[in-house]
Design a protein around this ligand. Structure first.
Ligand code: NAD
Ligand code: UDP
Length: 319
């Protein structure tokens, strides 16, 4: 039987990965310290005998008994609000945490997959962003604890591949949304949905002309698994190239929520990227992958989940 470990498995993306790998028949060991994730995200999986939840900080020595076919390293605060609050933890999980996860993969002869990010491109001067673009990152700016942690993690992953012979892959994930995001994680889509559903002003940063290209979580998970079970080293961009301004995203969320909440403009964070759109030629050609869920459908599914979530006074539930 295929046996995999997922660090950060109780987070937004990690919990969807656990679910999908279990339904594909794998045995899944989810390792998390719940610094930004929640045990409730995987509570419904605990009755599955192929699932195990381990409460551990991956910046400490990481040993798991038994064989492993793959180690997916997803542990890291991921939203600006979280990594501003946890700057040292973010740098440590990207550096020491990545080293421990690589060491685990090496010890088990497992394939290693690093969850990297479009943030490695910083505020990009090339648009859309292909994997060959080196990026435009401020190493001392307010987002640097996240961007540089991930850039270091990519370099460490390549070093373990080249110097230690570990079978590694790197996925550069672009903005992804869906059920199990936290309403308070500060990212645009969960913030806009919860504001629209509560009838509170929708907080658009700056004039809202900055763009993002958002991917529905099911599409992302499919792309990640194709990369995991390939032998590509990456980095490979996985994301939805459909680009929207943040103001248009706010308007679309408001419309799909059937809300008449006003839109209000708030200061734009320092170093907030102006544009972002993945070039997914590599994923299309080498993994036969492209997103299938339209932004309208994905948002509608996410809104339905948030409606139940908010009505249940914050009781997380299965997607
Ligand atoms: P998340 O915060 O929901 O999940 C991260 C998980 O990692 C949480 O459960 C958290 O408790 C855990 N964690 C953090 N530090 C840890 C540590 N030291 N030891 C053990 N567990 C720890 O965030 P997410 O959106 O699910 O992101 C998951 C991964 O994907 C992250 O590495 C993130 O950088 C990457 N990513 C996500 C997106 C996105 O749009 N969601 C985009 C780019 C990259
Ligand atoms: N944003 C916004 N209002 C909010 C939260 C975010 O306008 O309440 C903007 C943010 O400034 C950025 C975009 O939405 O321009 C996407 O932000 P998010 O935090 O979701 O992702 P990231 O900046 O990491 O791509």
């Amino acid at each position: 039987m295929t046996r995999v470990a997922i660090t950060g498995g109780a987070g937004f993306l990690g919990s969807h990965l656990c679910e999908r790998l279990l339904s594909d028949g794998a045995e899944v060991i989810c390792v998390d310290n719940f610094v930004t994730g929640r045990p409730e995200n995987v509570e419904h999986l605990l009755t599955n005998r192929r699932f195990r939840l381990v409460d551990r900080d991956v910046t400490e020595y990481l040993h798991l008994p038994g064989p492993l076919d793959a180690v997916l390293h997803f542990a890291s605060p991921a939203s600006p609000v979280d990594y501003y609050r946890l700057p040292i933890e973010t740098l440590m999980v990207g550096s020491t945490g990545t080293r421990n996860a690589l060491g685990l993969a090496k010890a088990k002869g497992a394939r290693f997959l690093l969850a990297s990010t479009s943030e490695t491109y910083g505020d990009p001067k090339v648009h859309p962003q292909p994997e060959t673009y080196w990026g435009n990152v401020n190493p001392v700016g307010p987002r640097s604890m996240y961007d540089e942690a991930k850039r270091f993690a990519e370099a460490l992953t390549m070093a373990y591949r080249n110097a230690r012979g570990v079978n590694t892959g790197i996925v550069r994930i672009f903005n992804t949304y869906g059920p199990r995001m936290r309403a308070d994680d500060g990212r645009a889509i969960p913030t806009f949905i919860s504001q629209a559903l509560r009838g509170e002003p929708i907080t658009v940063a700056g004039d809202g002309s900055q763009t993002r290209s958002v991917c529905y979580v099911d599409d992302l998970i499919e792309g990640i698994l194709r990369l995991l079970w390939s032998d590509l080293p990456g980095p490979v961009n996985i994301g939805n190239p459909y680009e929207l301004s943040i103001l248009d995203t706010a308007r679309l969320v408001r419309e799909l929520c059937g809300s008449d909440a006003p839109i209000t403009f708030i200061p734009r964070p320092v170093d907030d990227p102006t544009v972002r759109q993945p070039d997914i030629t590599l994923a299309r050609q080498r993994l036969g992958w492209e997103p299938r869920v339209s932004v309208g459908d994905g948002l509608a599914r996410t809104i339905t989940w948030f409606e139940r979530e908010l009505a249940g006074a914050g009781q997380p539930q299965a997607a």
